[in-house]
Write a protein that binds this ligand. Sequence first.
Ligand SMILES: NC(=O)c1ccc[n+]([C@@H]2O[C@H](COP(=O)([O-])OP(=O)(O)OC[C@H]3O[C@@H](n4cnc5c(N)ncnc54)[C@H](OP(=O)(O)O)[C@@H]3O)[C@@H](O)[C@H]2O)c1
Length: 252
Amino acid sequence: MLVVRLQGKVALVTGAARGIGNAISKLYVREGAKIVLNYNKSEREAIALAEEMGEISKSILLVKADVSKIDEVRQMVQKTIERFHQIDILVNNAGILVPEVFLESTEDTWDKTMDINLKGAYLCTKEVAPIMLKQEKGKIINISSICGLSEKSALRNTAYVVSKTGMLGLTRSLAVNLGPKINVNAICPGLTDTEMAAALGPERIKAGIEESLLKRIGKPEDIANAALFLASDESDFITGEFLTISGGRAMR
Ligand SMILES: NC(=O)c1ccc[n+]([C@@H]2O[C@H](COP(=O)([O-])OP(=O)(O)OC[C@H]3O[C@@H](n4cnc5c(N)ncnc54)[C@H](OP(=O)(O)O)[C@@H]3O)[C@@H](O)[C@H]2O)c1
């Protein structure tokens, strides 16, 4: 018998057009979810993804919104409710990485990184949590990074590291504030094969693979499988946790 783990659920995935968000969205739809695909700049990719999914499910809503802007986030959540009347799963995945070490870093990078990576997750959760609380159930998954933990070689890009460490604090605070109705967990991916990782350059990728125990880069699907578990009823007794997926690179 085919088991679909997200039947009847509505999921909002930020930054869904590309990379990890794309893989999570595809898997959620395959598992029976209705899905809100959020994008900001990648409209073409978002439409292509929706068309690809259209064969599997008609239950797709595409919403352009910059997660760092409260008005756009509010409209996105309103559109979701108008269309699907509920939100069961929120994946705070949208993020940027500007490869800048501390002494070469700029205030602009700091502000943009905090606004998108950290404030974006805060704003989306602020709008979605009251809906989940009314429903008396919900799953929130924050995509942090192993650089939010203390993996030394992953700590170079200061603003990014601080934003991803902040996301772990946000995860714990939300788990405390939103329990017992809502589960809030973080995933900490290691190097994962997306445009973001490619921007780090071949040397950093090679070093990341060497540091891992499984001697490969992660696939977006590796992260999506964990995001499925944390969205499903199978993780009902898990909250405030950080799930590291790095091929052993961040083992401690
Ligand atoms: N790849 C890795 O090695 C790795 C490792 C650890 C953690 N992560 C985390 O995983 C998440 C996904 O990253 P990825 O690797 O899939 O990177 P990616 O391929 O560069 O995708 C980033 C996504 O974030 C979205 N985004 C950026 N700014 C946004 C904004 N203001 N509003 C809405 N969406 C926005 C982008 O959407 P648009 O293109 O539409 O703007 C895009 O879909 C990020 O939070 C990243 O920090 C990645």
